[in-house]
Design a protein around this ligand. Structure first.
Ligand code: ADP
Length: 395
């Protein structure tokens, strides 16, 4: 929360299926961080228009903490006005104005209104998303970047000037689900598609399969994983023969996500059965010999069969992160072809500034378009809608 000398004019919340994103503006630099459980400052504040924009997020499931945060902001706001020179002017105008968008703006409307005792202004989700993106593109330096795997500077920021002529473009917003929107201008856009295999899918499946407790833990696991242990690769199918080169694929190309799991499980079960049958009808010496031999050939994976943990959670995380990102990248490319769009922006909290996700999406666009299309990313990728709602009322 800002300290008592700063003035907060209004706050905006974009309450989605997974996360509630909060943006507020303070006119003097306040202290960062709220001390409130559940509030996470995960994006740098920005100095704009004589003040600072702050970005926070909460799990939507903990919406009460989000509302409590806004209530504290409201209290500080009143104190700020009371201490400001024109404190006498404390009237309705100086009350904190609350803007809300996303599904939660409807679902939690009554609750927010009741707790804060103010009017909550609801704004259209898609409009906010596009206007938030337009603001980031045209007003925040070092916000938009492209990813270049083979260059020394992998992350390259775009100048604001170079971004002004970027319409029309495709916005791919990867939240719980995925929306694809054709944008012809700040007020001219149309939702053209999407997929339900999005951030919520990865979050949900990995929580079932890996035991990870947070999204960041899942990403950290994916960093350490080897997807070839669960995915069936082109090289697995073609063997040593290099035949795959004829069809223009690399041996590392994923032929089937999770395609190796069943086979490996079956093998391990067979090995375990063989192990049990090993001793039948043999002398003690022979049994000891066989057991010794089996110890040597038994891989750790086989030893773990039966306890359900024969696949390593890091490998599973990497495989599913690839699967979801590749799938979105390919659908995005096809939509961009269908609608004749050259520039593709990726937003939404799924991306989370994560290198592998950015690399996969960027690679997919480059690969499928044979280098003719460009993927763009944003530093505050999760806050497009919240900023859009915020801008509906100028400070
Ligand atoms: P929504 O508006 O649908 O909530 P977001 O753009 O906020 O969408 O993205 C939500 C997705 O972001 C989650 O489904 C998950 O994949 C990812 N994510 C990033 N950070 C977190 C986090 N701290 N907790 C949960 N999910 C997160």
């Amino acid at each position: 929360l800002p300290n008592h000398t700063s003035v907060v004019s209004h706050v905006a919340a974009d309450i989605g299926g997974s996360l509630a994103k909060v943006v507020y503006f303070s006119q003097e630099v306040g202290r960062r961080g709220s001390g409130l459980e559940g509030a996470v400052d995960d994006a740098p504040a920005e100095d704009v228009r004589g003040g600072r924009l702050h970005f926070l997020r909460f799990e939507t499931e903990r919406i009460d903490q989000c509302i409590e945060f806004m209530r504290e902001l409201q209290v500080k706001q009143r104190q700020g006005w009371a201490q400001a020179k024109d404190g006498k002017r404390r009237n309705k105008e100086s009350e904190l104005c609350v803007m809300a968008t996303g599904g939660g703006a409807f679902k939690y409307y009554d609750r927010i209104k009741e707790r804060l005792g103010v009017d909550v202004v609801r704004e259209d989700e898609m409009t906010c998303l596009i206007q938030g993106l337009d603001f980031f593109i045209t007003e925040i330096p070092n916000e938009v970047f492209t990813f270049h795997e083979d260059e020394e500077e992998q992350i390259q920021y775009r100048s604001i000037e170079s971004q002004r002529t970027v319409y029309p473009y495709l916005l791919v917003n990867i939240g719980s689900g995925v929306s694809m929107i054709k944008v012809s201008g700040p007020d001219n856009f149309q939702r053209i598609g999407g997929t339900s295999l999005g951030g919520g899918t990865l979050w949900g499946l990995l929580s079932l399969l890996t035991g990870a407790r947070t999204f960041d833990q899942m990403l950290a696991m994916a960093d350490k994983g080897e997807n070839g242990n669960v995915d069936l690769l082109v090289g697995d199918i073609y063997g040593e023969g290099l035949g795959y080169e004829k069809i223009g694929l690399s041996e590392k190309t994923i032929a089937s996500t999770f395609g190796k799991v069943f086979k490996r499980k079956r093998e391990a079960e067979r090995n375990a059965e063989d192990g049990q049958n090993l001793g039948k009808g043999k002398t003690t010496d022979e049994k000891t010999h066989d057991q010794k031999k089996q110890k040597i050939t038994e891989t750790p994976v086989e030893a773990e069969v039966g306890d359900g943990r024969m696949f390593n959670p890091q490998d599973i995380s990497r495989s599913l992160l690839y699967a979801v990102s590749n799938n979105i990248g390919q659908i995005a490319y096809l939509q961009s072809e269908k609608h004749n769009l050259k520039h593709i922006y990726f937003g939404g909290s799924f991306i989370r500034g994560h290198r592998q996700t950015i690399h996969t999406l960027s690679y997919a666009i480059k690969f499928w378009s044979k280098g003719s299309k460009q993927a763009y990313f944003l530093r505050h990728e999760g806050y497009l809608g919240a900023v859009g709602a915020f801008l509906k009322r100028q400070p």
